[in-house]
Design a protein around this ligand. Structure first.
Ligand SMILES: Nc1nc2c(ncn2[C@@H]2O[C@H](COP(=O)(O)OP(=O)(O)OP(=O)(O)O)[C@@H](O)[C@H]2O)c(=O)[nH]1
Ligand SMILES: [Mg+2]
Length: 452
């Protein structure tokens, strides 16, 4: 719980003209403030229509407001949400009036921070709120919703309780230093660690999918100059985003555009053509192509079907695999050539960026590869973010160290093993933000029989 929080207020909807705007306030003085504005404090969660008059009694707007009483609100505090007409001036007047009545302007994320501090959600759920706000595809939305409903938190609870069990078993022996860890205990500790390690690795393996969901699939369009890369981007985006011309070397700098294909969100990146004889500016553009390629999740390799197959620069070929590359034969409207065999082992499609032929196939191929990124993620849609990955990698490191020490027959390391396990536990705790590991331990130890 918070010490003595002040009451915060903020505009909950974007600034701009719209049908509605919502201003909200949260904190201990909300009931008094609500009463002072509306001369009544309605039943919690009841929507009430009223005139909004500022402290000087000037009429501001005809609004509806809802009062939520602690702890049954988003933040866990007394909260009021005021929906006014979506005129930014009105919303601003209401916000300023709330400040005049003693509220403080909320900082970014402060409502959600309070929700976390008041135990309304764990840290991974608080992060999911952000993900939910930014989700740009069906998959990203599903993952954010799963996390918001505690999927990751539950997963971490399972891992944590397994770990606490092992730790308890080991720490029981520290209390009796003269007694060695009996061989059967040692084996059971090893067995439990061998369960924990793959579970931890499995979660870490979802990092890539997590990044793909949050940031979009970084789809880099590469190929020889004039192959039709920019035309392909324009066709996928649906408008003339990139300059197209018959002159090779048109695209000098890379450019990026967001698109949704099926359930997936893609960042489509058009790059400078790979001209082996490029000079100066063009050469610098190609260097940027390589930088983009190094961060790509997916490659669309555009090949001019009217020409012989160009060689791929080795730096690029090293990054492209059948699992992340689609060979796109373009200009099929003027060429029947189908040198598919040459691009093996990449899956390939034939298109005409000019006429739009073959784009249904291309999109379904993109969807197929996008789906395959999910293979590391289990049935329950858990895709961790970079912060989770960091904590899990630290935990994995500690667990591995603990396993090595336990595997040694000499039992002098038992305290070191226990400190490794505690470090893993702390890192697990960081994910959901549960810092009260001591309490979990105390609870477990009280039920753990060590009186032998
Ligand atoms: N016939 C035909 N022409 C195409 C097709 N796609 C692109 N072109 C033409 O090919 C030329 C090059 O197209 P761009 O899209 O600029 O090619 P690019 O790969 O982006 O070229 P650079 O940026 O110079 O590397 C233009 O004249 C396009 O009109 C196609 O499917 N069929
Ligand atoms: Mg181009």
């Amino acid at each position: 719980m918070l010490g003595h929080p002040d009451t915060i207020a903020a505009l909950a909807t974007p600034v701009g003209t719209a049908a509605m705007a919502v201003v909200r306030a949260s904190g201990p003085t909300v009931p008094a403030i609500t009463r002072s504005i509306f001369e009544t404090l309605p039943t919690a969660r009841m929507v009430t229509r009223a005139d909004y008059r500022d402290v000087k009694a000037a009429l501001v707007d005809d609004v509806v407001f809802t009062y939520f009483s602690a702890p049954n609100s988003y933040t866990g505090e007394d909260t009021v949400e005021i929906s006014c007409h979506g005129n930014p001036y009105i919303a601003q007047r209401i916000l300023e009036d709330l400040l005049d009545r003693g509220c403080r302007m909320a900082e970014a994320g402060e409502f959600t921070k309070r929700a976390f501090l008041n135990g309304r959600m764990d840290l991974s759920q608080a992060e999911a709120v952000m993900d939910l706000l930014h989700a740009r595809s069906e998959r990203a939305l599903a993952a954010a919703n799963a996390q918001l409903r505690g999927a990751l938190g539950r997963h971490m609870q399972v891992l944590t309780s397994k770990l606490v069990e092992v730790l308890a078993q080991i720490e029981a022996q520290i209390d009796f230093p003269e007694e060695n860890l009996p061989p059967e205990d040692r084996l059971s500790v090893l067995r439990q660690l061998d369960e924990l390690l793959p579970l931890t690795r499995q979660l870490i393996a979802t990092t890539h999918y997590g990044a793909v969901l949050r940031e979009g699939i970084r789809t880099v369009i590469v190929g020889a100059p004039n192959a039709g890369k920019s035309s392909l981007l324009n066709r996928l985006v649906g408008h003339e985003r990139a300059l197209v011309s018959a002159e090779p070397g048109t695209t000098r700098d890379y450019l990026e555009e967001a698109i949704v294909v099926g359930a997936h969100f893609l960042r489509l990146i058009d790059t400078a053509g790979l001209n082996p004889r490029a000079a100066s500016v063009e050469e610098r553009g190609i260097r940027k192509t390589f930088e983009q390629a190094a961060r790509a999740d997916l490659f669309l390799w555009v090949i001019d079907a009217t020409r012989s197959l160009p060689a791929l620069p080795s730096a690029l070929a090293g990054l492209m695999t059948p699992a992340n590359t689609i060979a796109v034969f373009n200009k099929t409207d003027i060429s029947e050539a189908a040198p598919d065999a040459v691009t093996q082992p990449f899956p390939s499609v034939r298109v005409s960026a000019l006429r739009g032929d073959g784009f249904v196939c291309l999109q379904s191929e993109i969807r197929r590869i996008a789906e395959s990124f999910r293979s590391d993620v289990g049935d329950e849609l858990i895709a961790i973010n970079a912060r989770h990955a960091h904590s899990l990698n630290q935990a994995l490191h500690c667990l591995q160290a603990a396993r090595e020490k336990t595997a040694e027959v000499s039992l002098t390391h038992i305290e070191l093993t226990s400190s490794d396990l505690r470090c893993a536990l702390d890192n697990f705790g960081d994910i959901s933000g549960r810092i009260d590991n001591e309490r979990i331990l105390d609870q477990l130890f009280s039920s753990f029989c060590i009186g032998k």
